[in-house]
Ligand binder design. Structure first.
Ligand code: ZN
Length: 157
């Protein structure tokens, strides 16, 4: 295991991250997912399989997450899974974009938009640039899954 600096998880944000790391939400294998993607980051052994089930209006009704690796990816995957339910794919893409820009520090605001909700707790990771990848991996999986889903939809028509 490569030696990577650990993000000190204390304070209000740290508590929320730890809570999701210890008790990850939506940890499940969906047998009939509409959308699925897997991503791997060999740098710290992070891996995620993300699955989504959509209803006939295209909204997320069920999320399945299988993740392993560091506390940051596990907590991010859990927080993300809670933020996804009821949203359409376009809304998820917006959220992914906002999250990425915020994590890269491309927003001027030190306290970024409340639109991120509990995901805002992950901004603590910005102080450890090497770990930002860990927080972005679940979103990469999401975007990859959406892309594959759309191209399979076009194929089917
Ligand atoms: Zn990691």
């Amino acid at each position: 295991m490569p030696n990577v600096p650990d993000v000190p998880l204390d304070g209000l944000y740290g508590d929320l991250i730890l809570e999701h790391f210890r008790g990850p939400r939506n940890r499940a294998v969906l047998p009939d997912a509409d959308l699925e993607a897997e991503e791997f980051n060999p740098f710290c052994g992070d891996r995620i399989i993300l699955q989504l089930k959509l209803d006939d209006t295209g909204r997320v009704v069920q999320v399945g997450v299988q993740s392993e690796g560091c506390s940051i990816i596990q907590a991010t995957a859990s927080l993300m899974s809670e933020a996804m339910r009821g949203k359409k794919l376009e809304e998820l893409e917006d959220l992914a974009g906002l999250f990425r820009e915020t994590m890269r520090g491309n927003t001027e605001d030190e306290n970024p938009s409340a639109d991120l909700g509990p995901l805002q707790s992950l901004t603590v990771v910005r102080r450890f640039p090497v770990r930002i990848k860990c927080a972005l991996l679940p979103w990469v999986a999401l975007e990859e899954g959406i892309k594959n889903y759309r191209s399979s939809q076009t194929r089917d028509q």
